[in-house]
Design a protein. Structure first.
Length: 326
């Protein structure tokens, strides 16, 4: 089996591409449970890991992440099962075996894993899973910001989304260039994926030594994909298949001020990645930092968060991990 990872901003088609690849007979793309990120970034809080009480505490928190109704997996981890997956203190093997258990439940050989801000814990992946392959997917930041704004579970609006997109691309591009040189990564744009899914999927599959299968475009008919699409508004499109026209919606749904703000923040990364700004450099130069700060404050004041039970529960467990005394 092999572990393979996605590098992608939120609201950029990360769940979509994961489920597309899950449609392959040899690839398991589990709905995300956000395990790697909080666990790896907080490992120092549980050190030394081979101390029984510390290891037990870490296993308890990981079990909680697996149990909350954030997403649905085929494999359900029974109490005490995690302890049997790896020797005490071997977190790399434990995480690997957790995902292997889900792949085995589907009878598949390869794993494709979505985690947010993968760059925050990339050294761990590089050291412990040197054979892993990576897909870097990017989406037009104006459409990403619109999707973020429309999702009631996300804090903030287009300004916060644009700032996150910019940070993500700056970090991912550094990783991608090195991985690409080693033949360990490919990049695709979300817009190309929805227009030419077969061609774009072939790029990633070839990296795994696999070939495209016709049935992959019927990924949305999968039982678990359908069930997960029902759990959160943010995932509802997963039950609808490939939405070939799902692009450039910002032109009719974002205000001129919002589009200008996103382009001001993301200008250089947009141009590098092939997204043409609608405003000229001169027009964008007139947008001041103070204006952006005031716009972001207005957005934050107006937002009314509506998080599903599973999202809230997942966040509470992660907060517990980040606040664990050292």
């Amino acid at each position: 089996m092999s572990l393979n990872f996605l590098m992608c901003s939120e609201r950029s088609g990360s769940n979509f591409v994961t489920k597309l690849l899950n449609g392959h007979s040899a690839v398991c793309g589990p709905s995300t449970k956000h395990i790697f990120n909080p666990v790896i970034r907080n490992l120092f809080r549980y050190e030394p890991l081979d101390h029984p009480s510390n290891w037990d505490s870490l296993l308890t928190d990981i079990q909680s992440l697996l149990d909350v109704p954030f997403s649905i997996w085929e494999h359900s981890f029974k109490p005490g099962e995690l302890r049997k997956l790896a020797p005490e203190g071997d977190i790399a093997q434990l995480l690997e075996r957790i995902f292997y258990a889900e792949a085995e439940a589907h009878g598949k050989e390869h794993l494709f894993i979505k985690e947010n801000q993968l760059y925050e814990f990339f050294p761990f992946l590089l050291i412990h899973y040197p054979a892993s392959r990576y897909l870097y997917q990017v989406r037009d930041p104006r459409d990403m910001a619109l999707s973020w704004k429309k999702n009631p579970a996300h804090p903030g609006g287009v300004i916060k989304a644009a700032r996150q997109w910019k940070k993500d691309q700056q970090q991912y591009l550094k990783l991608f260039r090195e991985l690409e040189r080693e033949g360990a990564a490919v990049m695709i744009r979300y817009e190309d994926l929805i227009e030419n899914p077969e061609e774009e999927l072939e790029k990633m599959l070839s990296l795994l030594g696999l070939v495209y299968e016709e049935g992959m475009l019927s990924f949305h008919q999968d039982r678990l994909t359908q069930k997960n699409a029902e759990t959160q508004q943010a995932w509802k499109n997963l039950s609808r298949g490939v939405l070939s026209g799902n692009k450039n919606k910002y032109r009719s749904e974002l205000s001129e001020e919002e589009v200008r703000s996103v382009e001001k923040i993301c200008y250089h990364e947009m141009k590098l990645l092939g997204y043409l700004p609608e405003f000229s450099p001169t027009e964008l130069s007139r947008v001041t930092d103070i204006e952006l700060e005031l716009a972001e404050k207005r957005e934050l004041d107006e937002i009314r968060l509506q998080r599903p039970e599973g999202v809230t529960a997942n966040m509470e467990i992660k907060k517990r991990m980040y606040r664990r005394p050292v």
